[in-house]
Design a protein around this ligand. Structure first.
Ligand code: KIV
Ligand code: ZN
Length: 372
């Protein structure tokens, strides 16, 4: 399974995000370092600075393949060729609604353009990804015909975009299964998250035969974003046992870097990388976790695996066990009565809605125990 990251292209289309040149270089390095197979570095024909950035990313000589996006017009492809990218990703709308409202071409014209543009790309570059945009709202028989045309013209991989995020996992499985049987070209999938199904649909596509997944860090992207890299990778690795080549231990670090650059915070409940994923607060939970972490964690995904850390947080449900353990960890050993007082004080602060940090706890313990 290979991972195609589009944080720098679809991710940058997130309303309100504009990465600087330096940030884009940093992001590309990070993605390549953690094992992303292909980086979609941008859309060179969209502006001169965008083109210069894609060219600069290619000049870094990273181990990831560098891909540029192009509409199905020669000028766009030429802009990618000027950047010396390893792969050109050409797309064209194929659903009736997008075909009529964007390019105003007939189905037959789109078939002709598809063959011509893929051949043009292959005359210049070894790797050509072709996307029938809005594939999941395209008549299925026609979609097969477009994909076969692209494959026959030399597309090296065909991406199936769920452009407006409307398919269901079972629908995706049926569609991908048919394309895998009838098209004869490696398939990749690009899911949007309008209904919160991007990751589930991506996994369904993999179950049906997709050999590559398109993702973004923190699920950035148009509208509700794209399938999240960390979630998609961890589901494939930990639940399905599919190797992705990604250094999982750097998922949290990568998520935080992109959060900082994008200015979009990571919700504490965000799967895999969120602050709360390995945090335990209530008395029963912390007691269970202290005995065996799998009691209230998946086990097939540990904090160490994704570069996270386990936290026993101090809230109003905190138990004596958790507090004692947190203090013992820093060599503070309260007696039973002292522990009762410490727990009471922690609960009193937490029940006023305040979060008690580790430093607060040590201060409380030291004052109760008379150690300065
Ligand atoms: O969502 C989409 O259809 C896209 C295409 C450019 C592949 O981002
Ligand atoms: Zn998209």
């Amino acid at each position: 399974m290979t991972v195609f990251d589009t944080t720098l292209r679809d991710g940058e289309q997130t309303p309100g995000i504009a990465f600087t040149f330096e940030q884009k270089i940093d992001i590309a390095r990070q993605l390549s370092d953690i094992g992303v197979h292909t980086i979609e570095a941008g859309f060179p024909a969209s502006s001169a600075p965008e083109k210069e950035t894609v060219a600069a990313i290619k000049r870094l000589g990273l181990s990831a393949n560098i891909c540029g996006l192009a509409r199905s017009v020669k000028a766009d492809v030429d802009a990618c060729i000027d950047c010396d990218v390893d792969m050109i990703h050409v797309f064209i709308p194929t659903s009736d609604i997008q075909r009529e409202n964007t390019i105003n071409k007939t189905r037959e014209q789109v078939l002709g353009i598809t063959g011509d543009i893929v051949r043009y790309v292959r005359d210049h570059v070894d790797k050509c990804m072709f996307s029938p945009m809005d594939a999941t709202r395209t008549d299925a028989d026609y979609l097969v015909e477009v994909c076969r045309t692209a494959a026959a013209a030399g597309a090296t991989i065909i991406n199936i975009p769920d452009t407006v995020g409307v398919i269901s996992p079972s629908g995706m499985k049926t569609l991908m299964g048919r394309l895998a049987r009838e098209v004869g070209c490696p398939l990749d999938v690009h899911c949007h998250n309008d209904f919160g199904l991007a990751v589930a649909n991506t996994i369904a596509a993999v179950e049906a035969g997709a050999s590559e997944v398109q993702v973004t860090v923190n699920g950035l992207g148009e509208r509700a974003g794209n399938a999240d890299l960390a979630q998609t990778v961890m589901i494939m690795e930990s639940i399905y046992g599919i190797r992705t080549g990604i250094t999982k231990e750097r998922l949290v670090e990568t998520s935080r870097l992109i959060s900082r650059f994008s200015g979009i915070g990571i919700p504490p409940t965000q799967p895999v990388v969120g602050e709360n994923v390995f945090s335990h607060e209530s008395g029963i939970h912390t007691q269970g976790v202290l005995k065996c972490s799998e009691t209230f964690e998946p086990g097939i995904m540990t904090p160490e695996m994704v570069g996270h850390r386990r936290r026993l947080t101090l809230g109003k449900h905190v138990g004596r066990h958790a507090v004692r353990q947190m203090l013992i960890d820093v060599h503070i050993e309260p007696g039973d009565a002292e522990l009762d007082t410490i727990v009471e004080r922690v609960k009193a602060i937490a029940s006023r809605g305040k979060r008690v940090t580790d430093a607060d706890l040590y201060e409380i313990a030291e004052s109760v125990m008379g150690i300065a």
